[in-house]
Design a protein around this ligand. Sequence first.
Ligand SMILES: [Zn+2]
Length: 193
Amino acid sequence: MSQQFLLICECGNEFPILPRHAGESRDCKCGTTIVVPTLRDIRRLPRYEGESAQPDDKKKDAGKSGKKWTIGHGIAFSLGVPIILLSLGWFGYNAWERKRINTDAPTPDDILAASSGILASVDFDDLSLVDSYEQVWKPLRDLSIQTRPLPGYVARREYAAGLGKHMGIAAIAAGIGFLAVAWSLLSSRATFS
Ligand SMILES: [Zn+2]
């Protein structure tokens, strides 16, 4: 690796150059185009002791754009944005649905009121023994000892817990989306500014 020298723009920006770059030009991000001096004058420039030079093409591109937006950044950004929007929407829907659900267990008063409703709806005068079982005792038994597989409020609680899980997953997905977008924006700017 031959000795590198520093071409310094009037704005202070520095370009490491090699003697074989004599006569070429460099576009500074300040808008100035600096011409690399002749071979003899290059050797009067300050020496550059930094890391060894990257391949010329890469360095020129980086100097021109000042920013490196790769296809990876594009993918991360264009996936990240819809992921954020979708997961926030999903989070909001689940939160709304969850708020809507009444997960309270029925109180003794509720059960009493429901029992009264069943009893009030039956005309005992016309009731056979079988009918009285079907219309009165079976509903009352279901109500009190909850022989149904899942009482309504337990099912609602499980549903609400499921919605809570969805909210958690949506929050994580939104976080991943934010990271992808932040990475694409920050790393593309920070690399060559
Ligand atoms: Zn400059």
